[in-house]
Each structure stands twice: as C-alpha cells, then as structure tokens.
Design a protein around this ligand. Structure first.
Ligand SMILES: [Zn+2]
Length: 577
C-alpha cells in the first residue's frame, strides 16, 4: 500500500484550514472560539457538531464523529485516505510525494484496469448470446436495468473464450494473467479461469472493475461461487461487493446490510432493498468493518440461522468490536433454516425484509447471549467464567459510552468489574506520599493531565528539554506521554488535529480524541505552569520509585551491600525529596 510520509501529512494539515474545508460543504455558524452546525453524519435538530479552528479538528457530541480535514473528506465525500490527501494537496498547491517505483506501478495498474474493463465488456457481450445464462437471470428475476447496474455477464463454456478474445499477444496475455483471469494446468497449458459461469464484476470504490466473481448456473457444477485470486488490484479482505452500487443509489446511506453472496445483493436490489453488500468469500475482516462503518453508522449482518451461520456471525462480531466507536451500531439477523436473503425478499418483498431487520439482534445482546450460552449465571463459578470470557473482548472496544455500557451490562450479569476503570488513576496515588502533603487527590491522574494539556496546546512541549526523568516511571500512559512530547517537539507548530491524525489508526486514538475534545478548565495562560507542575510531580514520583527500588536492594543485601555509586545516588535522591 502506498505510504505517504507522516511529515507530509502534518505539513498538509498545517496549510489547510478545516473551517474552510467543512464550511464549503456544511453551513457553519460562529460560536465563541468555535464553529457549529447540524451534524452532517447523523440526523439532528439542534447543532451538536463543532469545528475548532485552533485545534483544527471537528467533533460531534451527538454521534461521536470526529477527525481532521482529511477524515472529514473521507467521511463526507466518501473518499479513500489517499484521495482525500490528494484533494487537500491540490487545494494548497502541494504535490503528494511518492517514490518512483510507485509511479511505474501506477502505469501498469492503468493497463490492468483496462484489461479488466475489457473482460467485463466481453462477458456482457457473451451474455447476450447465451440463451441459458439469460434464462437463469430471468428465473432469478434480474431485469435488464439491474443487469446493467451490476454489469452482469457470462463466461462461455470451453477453455479459451476470453483468452482468445483478449489475449491476442504476449503483452495482453500477461496482463490477463496478472489480473487473475487465467489458470495454468500442471502441463503448463494456460486457459480461462472462469468457464460457464454468470459473471459479476467487482468494483472498487471509484467504480473501476478490479476482479470478478463467477456463479455456477446449475447446482453441482463445481463450487457455487468462484472469485478472482488476490492480485495487485484486488484484496478480498478489503473489498465489499455492491458497495459501489449502493453508493450510487444514495446521497447518504441509511444503513448497510451485509449478506453472503453476489446473487443476494443483486436480488435484494431488484426487490427494492438497495443497501446490501457482500464479503467476497471471506469472513468479515476488521478492514471490512471499518469500511462498512465509514459508509453507514448502522450495519446489519445477515447470516443463516444454523450453527455455521452463528459461527460466522461471531467472527464478524470479533472484527467489529474494535471499530465500535460511539454512534456506530451493529445488528445480527439470523434467517430461518433453508432461507437466504434472496428467497426472503422474493416471498416477503422489501417491506418484509425491512421488518426482519427491525427485529435484528443488537450486538450487545448477541455478545452476551453467545458468551453465556453454556454458563450457569446463577452460580459464582458461572459468573466468573462469563467475566473471564468477556473481559478480553470488551478491552477491544474503543473508549467511549458504548464500552462503558457493555462493561456495565457485564457488571449487572456478574457483579464483576465494578469501577474497573478507576484502577489506573488509583495506581498513581500510593507513590505520591512523597509529594506535597495535604493536597486533595487529583481527579485525573498526573499523566492524564499532562497528556490533556499537550493535546490542547501541542506547543507546550517546547517548554521542556530532554532528558526526561519521568520517562522511566512505571505508570500507565507514560510511554504515550513521551511519544506525544517527542512528536510535538519534532514538528513545531503541529495542531491538535494533526497530532490526532498520527494516532487515528491506533488503539490510543479514541482516548486521545476524547481528551482533546474536553474543554480544559482554567485560564489558557495558566496551562503552561500546570503542565510544568504536572511533569515536576511525575519527576518526584520517579525519584520515589528509584528510592523504593534501592530500598528493596537494601532489604536483600543490607546497606553495606550497595555499591558506592548506589549509596551516592540514594543520598542525592533523599536530598531532592
Ligand atoms: Zn453527529
């Protein structure tokens, strides 16, 4: 995947004004230091969407949507990361740096795209000439409009249809091969991969054909679905069949329904449910989950009600958990034995299908139902087992209200985990006995305070110089604090938004976003001294930590067992205290 240097992203964000980018798409109203609007990502009457010119990010207090100018374009214009970067770069007259190898590759990609486009046309022509393929689509109720919408075609029987039509010279043959359209026998003979199948082109998010799925016409003619292999252009774990068509049908996608086969997507469309997509012969991956949620806040997973279906649903749930930021919802719909979305929508129409969606199981319910299936919650052992199973999974949910509620539900079910979140903050207190006496226990931990202040004003990092004593303090968040300080010092003038962009793909991202969004109490002018004060206290705790380490040594080997430098260090530590 193309990698753009972080420094370029920082520079780009420094030269972009998020207020302009958002304001040209959503009417903004000035309100004190910030701008507000009705949120473009969820329906609301009163504005809870704010854009901060100083922090250079946006945040919605209603649905939790947030990010920089880049993520705004990704979500609002539905661009991919690279395209959003290109778009902003164009605005400020920057050229996106890419290495030369990349440039050569993109020359070849263009040729690969046109080879696939030509293959799609070839299959469509073949469909016109094939009585049995047309009869199949007619039987499935797919009309001409939907055949065109999905670009459905037919790969002829025989071994050389496509190869003879398009692979007319060595170069073209090699392109077809690179797009995964050919197979090779043990004896080295090259032939068409797809034969006697209804062909569904798979489009990328710009509507280009990147692969195919082929479906057999009759049962027992080999595997029901056959996909293109992974190629330079096609990574099945990152693509969703039908997403392009769904996007074309909506200016704002109300929800997405994930089904198993291409034919399900097409049939649902045909009968008026134009929000379905399918994974391509794989379980739902975390990449899929992110892609789904980037397009719609509500995602419905549709599975067979049998054992295999529930297994697949659980896999999907595991992929979705780390992406469950506030404002996103996932549901699971289990179909009756022997039915699939195609047969249901045929019998019950769009209305019937929608009614089933309305009854779908929320993620939270499915989660606890599955985990407690073979557990007796009346007994202590059962409760403990449920808690044991749930904890590592809950830990994957990003920080936020949804995670709190899931945690709360676990507590209701088991009594385990009450005030579990208070633990890290409390851990900071015991070693503070060497600190100022009589001071009330701080509400946030010191580390949290320092991080929150840095996020409000990254330039605060210039107020200190390495080496940082507190770097070796064993407390949650120290490594993150160090990283933030180093980042802010390496990139003078970096905005809050750009800092968050660095962490967008990381676990800590959500927590940092939350801290950055909270208005920090007190005068801006006082932040610097508060920041320095917090770090000074951390330094003090670090010295205390070292004293305790040496104390442990003394308990083991006696005072006389310490080396001279250790004794000197201990004297200094006590003096500094
Ligand atoms: Zn919102």
């Amino acid at each position: 995947m193309a990698r753009i240097p972080d420094a370029f992203i920082d520079d780009l964000l420094a030269r972009t004004d998020i207020v302009e980018v958002v304001g040209s798409r959503v009417p903004l109203k000035r309100q004190g230091r910030e701008y507000s609007a009705r949120c473009p990502f969820h329906d609301e009457r009163s504005p809870s969407f704010t854009v901060s010119p100083t922090k250079q990010f946006y945040h919605c207090f209603g649905c939790g949507a947030h990010g920089t100018a880049i993520s705004f374009l990704m979500n609002y214009d539905r661009l991919e990361f690279l395209d959003a970067v290109e778009e902003l770069a164009k605005r400020c007259g920057l050229e996106v740096p890419r290495d030369t190898q990349q440039r050569n590759q993109s020359g070849e990609s263009r040729e690969l795209y046109s080879a696939l486009e030509a293959a799609a046309r070839f299959f469509q022509q073949q469909l016109t000439g094939s009585q049995k393929a047309r009869a199949y689509l007619e039987r499935r109720g797919v009309d001409a409009e939907n055949q065109a919408r999905f670009g459905i075609g037919y790969a002829p029987d025989g071994f050389n249809g496509l190869k003879d039509a398009l692979g007319t010279d060595e170069r073209r043959l090699s392109l077809l091969d690179k797009t995964g359209m050919l197979s090779k026998s043990d004896s080295g003979r090259v032939y068409d991969k797809f034969r006697d199948r209804v062909m569904f082109p798979i489009h990328d998010r710009r509507g280009r054909v990147i692969a195919f799925g082929g479906r057999v016409l009759e049962k027992d003619d080999g595997p029901k679905y056959l996909n293109s292999p992974e190629t330079v252009l096609f990574h099945k774990g990152r693509e969703l069949y039908g997403l392009w068509q769904v996007r074309q049908a909506h200016s704002k996608i109300p929800r997405l329904v994930v089904v198993e086969g291409y034919m399900d997507v097409v049939a649902l469309f045909q009968f008026g449910v134009n929000t379905a997509v399918a994974t391509l012969g794989t379980a739902t991956t975390p990449d899929h989950a992110e892609l789904l949620f980037r397009n719609a806040a509500d995602v419905y997973f549709c599975f067979d009600g049998d054992r295999a279906g529930r297994g697949a649903a659980w896999k999907a749930l595991e992929s979705v958990l780390p992406r469950m930021r506030d404002g996103r919802q996932a549901f699971f719909l289990f179909l009756p034995e022997g039915e699939d979305p195609d047969t249901i929508v045929r019998k019950e129409g769009a209305g019937g299908f929608d009614a089933r969606l309305a009854q779908a199981t929320p993620l939270s319910e499915f989660f606890y139902n599955e985990l407690s299936k073979d557990v007796n919650l009346a007994g202590m052992e059962g409760k403990a087992r449920l808690a044991e199973r749930a904890k590592p999974l809950l830990a994957n949910i990003p920080d936020g209200a949804f995670r709190d509620l899931m945690q709360q539900r676990l507590t209701e079910l088991t009594g385990v985990g009450q005030r579990a979140e208070a633990a890290p903050a409390a851990a900071a207190t015991p070693s503070m006995r060497g600190g100022r006496s009589g001071a009330p226990a701080p509400k946030r931990s010191l580390v949290r305070t320092a991080i929150a202040l840095l996020l409000q004003q990254p330039a605060l990092a210039d107020a200190i110089e390495p080496p940082y004593q507190f770097g070796v303090l064993r407390q949650p968040g120290i490594a993150l604090l160090m990283e933030l300080i180093e980042l802010a010092r390496a990139r003078p003038g970096i905005t809050t938004g750009a800092v968050l962009e660095h962490f967008a793909e990381r676990e800590e991202g959500a927590a940092l976003q939350k801290l950055a969004t909270q208005a920090f109490p007190g005068e801006v002018a006082a932040w610097r001294s508060e920041f320095l004060d917090a770090l000074a206290q951390l330094d003090r705790q670090t010295r205390q930590q070292r004293i305790e380490e040496l104390q442990v040594r003394i308990n083991e080997v006696g005072m006389s067992g310490l080396s001279d430098p250790e004794k000197a260090e201990l004297r200094e530590l006590h003096a500094a205290r």
